[in-house]
Design a protein around this ligand. Sequence first.
Ligand SMILES: Cc1cc2nc3c(=O)[nH]c(=O)nc-3n(C[C@H](O)[C@H](O)[C@H](O)COP(=O)(O)OP(=O)(O)OC[C@H]3O[C@@H](n4cnc5c(N)ncnc54)[C@H](O)[C@@H]3O)c2cc1C
Length: 283
Amino acid sequence: MRTGKGYTRLEPVKGIIKNIVNLNDIDSTKQTFHIEIEYEDAITYTCGDAAGIMLPNKDNNGDNTPRLYSISSSPSYHEGEIHLTVALATHENKNGSIGYGIYSKYLAECQEGDEIEFYIHQNQRFNLASDDKDIIMIGPGTGIAPFRSFIYERSERGADGRNWLFFGAQHMHCDFLYQTEWQEHLATETLNKIDLAFSRDQTHKIYVQEAKDIMEWIDNGAILYLCGTKNPMSKDVHQVLVDIIATQKSISLEAAADFIADLEENDRYLKDRDQQSGKPFRC
Ligand SMILES: Cc1cc2nc3c(=O)[nH]c(=O)nc-3n(C[C@H](O)[C@H](O)[C@H](O)COP(=O)(O)OP(=O)(O)OC[C@H]3O[C@@H](n4cnc5c(N)ncnc54)[C@H](O)[C@@H]3O)c2cc1C
C-alpha cells in the first residue's frame, strides 16, 4: 500500500488536462468523456486503481467529497498520465429542467490546459492477473474503463494470457466506447475475443459455441472481472454465468452457483468494489 502525497484526499497532487473528448456520437442520449491528465509528481498507480477527483474551491457549493473514477490508462503504456472515462450524470429537476451531477459536470466542462487536483485511490481487490493467465473482462458502459487500462498494460508487457472483452451499451453506432482502439487490439491480437451487447439495437444472446468457450477459458484458469454494476447487462451476468456453467458441466443451478462462489472465494471472479463499503461500484 503506497502512502503519503498523492495517495489520500488530504494530500492530492496537481495535473493538467492534456485532452478531453466526448466518446459518444451525435445520436447518443449519453455523454461520456475521455479525459487525459498529465502530472509530474512521482506517484504510481496500478491497473484497477481509481483516481479521486477534487473540486476546485470556486465550484464547491458545500460538497467537497471527492468522487472516484476508475483509471482507464496503463501505467506502463501511458507514462506520466492518467486517463478517465467519465459519464456525465443527468437527472430531471422538479421543474422539468435537466440537472447534472456535480463532479461529472465539472469534469465534462474541463478544457485542455486546465489544472486539476487528484489522488490515487488504490484498489488491491481488482488487480490485473499475472501475464500467463487468461482474463475475461465484463464492462458495460463506463465499466469498460479499467479494462482499457488492462489491455494497454498487457500489450506493453507482451503478456501471454488471452484477453476476452464483453461490452454493453445502448447503440453500436454511437455508444461503442473506444471502438477503434478495441479494433486495433483485435488486429494485433492483444485482444483475442470481443462480445458486444447493444440493448436498443437487438437482444443479445450467448450462443452455444460462446458458452463452450467461456467454460473452456474458466476451466483453463481464466480470471473473470466485472466492472460497472448499474447497467442491466451486469445485473444479468451472474444468472448468465450460472446457466452456462450448469449447462456446460451438466450440473444443477445450485451446484453452478456454488462453482461461481468458489471462483469468487479463490480470487478468480473479481468485482470492482468500493473499498470502504464493500458494495459493488456504482450501485
Ligand atoms: C470506485 C469507483 C469508480 C468509479 N468509476 C467511474 C468511472 O470510471 N466513470 C464514471 O463515469 N463514474 C465512475 N464512478 C462514479 C463516480 O464516482 C460518481 O459517482 C459519478 O460521476 C456521479 O458523480 P457526480 O458528482 O457527477 O453526481 P452527484 O452530484 O454525486 O449526483 C449523483 C447522482 O444523483 C443525481 N442527482 C443529483 N441531484 C439530484 C436531484 N436533485 N434530483 C435527482 N437526482 C439528482 C445526479 O444526476 C447523479 O446521477 C465510480 C465510482 C466509484 C465508487
